[in-house]
Design a protein around this ligand. Structure first.
Ligand SMILES: C[S@@+](CC[C@H](N)C(=O)[O-])C[C@H]1O[C@@H](n2cnc3c(N)ncnc32)[C@H](O)[C@@H]1O
Length: 492
């Protein structure tokens, strides 16, 4: 239910009063705004320089499994659970207490639920249609986890018995989970995850203006930052121990008057698939998007393609050899950044297992991951004895082709084995992309058809799903076209 603007403004004023009585500090240069359509946003009222603490929420005002009213009773039930599930139960318990909850002024300001894709399966026709569209995308890969079943089981085994006096429904528990999923923060090593009033009013963007700062390393037994009765806790020397512990939103860049202030929900970045599943929205042109090729890599390898190569050989000796050789090629490989994404160079040759299918992906610009490039290189150069020289030549040709100039001159004198490997890699990449698209919903529709559908009458979830699919299709098409062009230039 969408609240009217008068109920929305009374919710906000009750929330602001609650913040004030819980000693939450808000810098007068920012303002929390609420409209029924956009929910909460935070606006800068004047220019604010870098490094300003624009809000400070005492940890006593954070809702966590440690801080909730029924913590003493609930803790033994919550301790073994996955943190977000445990926090959802803590949140639900406060919601059930209603006005008796010390968090009521905050809770009454929250939406009833966040419409996250995790629960679309349970949302009738629009949700089901949206999920059909998301078939064989990154979203469906995330949704393959057993979380929904875990939530059902937790409801029966924990929520119902622990909160029996209120007879909570599974629906209320799921709604609480959706709020936690879309607005909880890591608070510290005692609270774990928690709902941090004010901090959770900021929307997300890739270019964030604020970030959260808090003392994380507190005593895991009692939450103390300074010296306490627990000998395992070594107090950090960097923080004053006697000040109230707070979760602060600090400006990360100078803010301009009149502009919305954004946070980033994950310092490592969040692609649209995760945003849809855990937060229920997506960002246009999200630079963090990736498409994994776990299934397709196995499919392509199974059908063969590397000359004379049999099933299963790809991850064997040759792959290890290529990986070892590539570890010494750091700078050379970096120069391929137009085709191979530079963001994971550090992983090459390090402990992370590059044979994991999870490291084969393309990025938002349609560039292949280094692991995928090397995997396909390995698979298409099985006959080469001197793999280091062969890799060097392949990289050199790719670099030359990327520069303006006569392709014929570039290619003259290049050993045919090098061209063959490159053509093989190009063909494999195109096959991976095609295979991904063929297994999506309605593959017969072009990407332009899908984009045109966005102007027609679609349910809100279906619309989000179709826009997501358009971005994945564009990434695949960009990637495929780049390698097709490369292969064609080798034929000229
Ligand atoms: C932590 S809350 C942020 C405050 C939120 N607007 C509210 O009304 O409570 C996260 C939720 O805000 C919304 N949101 C955050 N960033 C957004 C963005 N860039 N575009 C659209 N919705 C966004 C999503 O609904 C998300 O689940």
């Amino acid at each position: 239910m969408t609240p009217s603007s008068s109920s929305s403004s009374s919710q906000l004023s009750t929330f602001l009063q609650w913040l004030s009585s819980n000693n939450v500090h808000i810098d007068p240069r920012i303002q929390i705004v609420h409209t029924p359509k956009t929910g909460y946003t935070v606006q800068a009222l004047s220019d604010i320089p870098y490094g300003v603490r624009v809000s400070k929420t005492p940890k006593s005002a954070v809702l966590s499994v440690r801080n909730c009213t029924l913590s003493d009773t609930l803790w033994p039930f919550l301790k073994p659970l996955e943190p977000n599930i445990a926090l959802s139960i803590a949140l639900l318990s406060e919601q059930l207490l209603g006005r008796d909850s010390r968090f009521w002024g905050y809770l009454q300001s929250l939406p009833e639920e966040a419409d996250i894709a995790l629960f679309w399966k349970l949302k009738g026709q629009d949700g089901e249609e949206a999920l059909l569209w998301l078939q064989n995308t990154e979203v469906s890969a995330i949704l393959r986890t057993s979380l929904l079943a875990d939530l059902d089981r937790t409801y029966t085994q924990v929520v119902r018995p622990a909160l029996a006096q209120w007879s909570p429904t599974i629906d209320r528990f799921r709604k609480a989970y959706s709020l936690v999923s879309s607005r909880a923060f890591q608070v510290d090593s005692w609270h774990g995850v928690g709902l941090v009033p004010v901090a959770d009013a900021f929307n997300h963007s890739e270019e964030n203006g604020v970030f959260m700062e808090t003392d994380f390393a507190v005593c895991t037994q009692c939450g103390s930052l300074g010296p306490c009765a627990h000998p395992e806790h070594t107090p950090p020397h960097s923080s004053p121990w006697d000040e109230p512990m707070t979760c602060d939103m600090v400006t990360y860049a100078p803010l301009k008057a009149g502009e919305e202030v954004f946070n980033s929900y994950d310092e490592k970045g969040l692609g649209n698939a995760k945003l849809l599943v855990w937060y229920g929205f997506l960002l246009e042109g999200n630079g963090e998007d990736r498409i994994g090729f776990e299934r397709e890599v196995e499919g392509v390898l199974r059908v063969g393609g590397g000359e004379g190569e049999g099933e299963g050989e790809w991850s064997g000796k040759r792959w290890e050899e290529v990986r070892d050789v590539a570890a010494g090629f750091g700078e050379e490989l970096e120069e391929l950044e137009a085709v191979v994404t530079p963001s994971e160079w550090v992983e090459v040759g390090e402990e992370e297992d590059e044979t994991e299918p999870g490291s084969s992906w393309i990025d938002a610009e349609g560039r292949v991951s280094l692991a995928l490039f090397l995997l396909l290189f390995a698979r298409n150069s099985t006959e080469e004895r001197d793999i280091a020289t062969h890799l060097h030549l392949v990289i050199s040709v790719m670099k030359l082709l990327d520069q303006p100039g006569e392709k014929e001159t570039v290619l003259a004198g290049i050993p045919s084995a090098v061209l063959k490997t490159l053509k093989g890699v190009a063909k494999d990449v195109q096959r991976l992309c095609a295979s991904k698209m063929e297994n999506m919903y309605r593959p017969e529709l072009t990407t332009s058809d899908l984009a045109a559908m966005l102007d027609t009458h679609l349910g809100p979830r279906t619309k989000l799903a179709v826009s997501y699919v358009v971005t994945e299709r564009l990434m695949l098409e960009t990637c495929s076209k780049r390698w097709q062009d490369l292969a064609e230039s080798l034929n000229e």
